[in-house]
Design a protein around this ligand. Structure first.
Ligand code: ZN
Ligand code: ZN
Length: 264
């Protein structure tokens, strides 16, 4: 039971911070927060993601490329250009490593606006000592609390949680599910209530409304990360920075905008 609680908590917290900090803050600047709060969130992201912590800078550059070139040959991780998910992730990893190490040459428009903290993003992230420390910590928990040998099969997922979530979202989110909006890419909404990836699986909504901090658009859809953000905004810990909201059906919004234009 302890192992199950640990696994589910680590899974949900890791993907929450990936969506909340690396994606919606570093890549998209959907909200703002004070410099001290930003440091706390940055540190919490590292502590939760541990051995699979992703550099917010490299994540942001890669993700902005994904939006600009979605499902074309220049997309860093379109499932429509790779035979299987392993090849797609290997290609993504190489590009991510280049940007994280400052070797890659992204277009200037993809640079800037993300939080940078060399102690966490470089020193701790690349330290073998720290990484092995996290691996030892996850392993020790299993040694202490596992009640059956098969449970140890879950351990590698803790080591690689960030890339595992990336693989699920990038592969499934552009391949399986329904579409609310016609777009030139192949993005899909894989789950109507995305408790698996905390809202990241609303790829079709998100590609249509790239600045909407709520990835859900329809009444039956639920984006858990947005629900947490609403509470944080109410408590004035963060401030939502963009007025855009995902709207469905699209025609209703277009009609309203058209109506407003005619009235003016
Ligand atoms: Zn995005
Ligand atoms: Zn996408």
């Amino acid at each position: 039971m302890a192992v199950l609680i640990f696994f589910v908590s680590h899974w949900l917290l890791c993907v929450f911070f990936q969506s909340f900090f690396q994606h919606r803050y570093a890549a998209h600047r959907m909200y703002t927060m004070g410099p001290k709060t930003e440091r706390v969130m940055h540190l919490l992201t590292y502590l939760v993601q541990g051995s699979s912590y992703l550099s917010p800078k490299a994540y942001a550059i890669l993700h902005r490329e994904h939006h600009a070139f979605s499902d074309t040959e220049k997309d860093p991780h379109s499932p429509h250009f790779f035979k299987d998910v392993a090849r797609m992730m290997w290609h993504t990893k190489a590009r991510y490593d280049d940007y994280a190490a400052g070797r890659g040459q992204p277009e200037a428009r993809f640079l800037g606006g993300y939080p940078e903290w060399p102690l966490v993003d470089t020193t701790l992230r690349t330290s073998w000592f720290a990484t092995l420390g996290w691996v030892a910590f996850y392993s020790a928990f299993y040694v202490m609390f596992a009640t059956s040998p098969w449970q140890f099969l879950l351990l590698p997922l803790h080591f690689l949680m960030g890339p595992v979530h990336g693989a699920i979202v990038n592969w499934c989110g552009h391949k399986y599910g329904y579409r609310n909006f016609d777009s030139t890419d192949k993005s899909r909404n894989s789950l109507p209530m995305d408790f698996l990836c905390m809202g990241e699986l609303f790829q079709n909504n998100h590609h249509k409304y790239g600045s909407s901090p709520n990835f859900a658009a329809r009444k039956f859809e639920l984006d858990p990360t947005w629900q947490v953000m609403r509470v944080l905004a109410l408590l004035r810990i963060i401030h939502i920075a963009t007025p855009q909201r995902a709207v469905w059906p699209e025609a209703r919004e277009a009609a309203r905008t058209g109506g407003a234009a005619r009235a003016a």
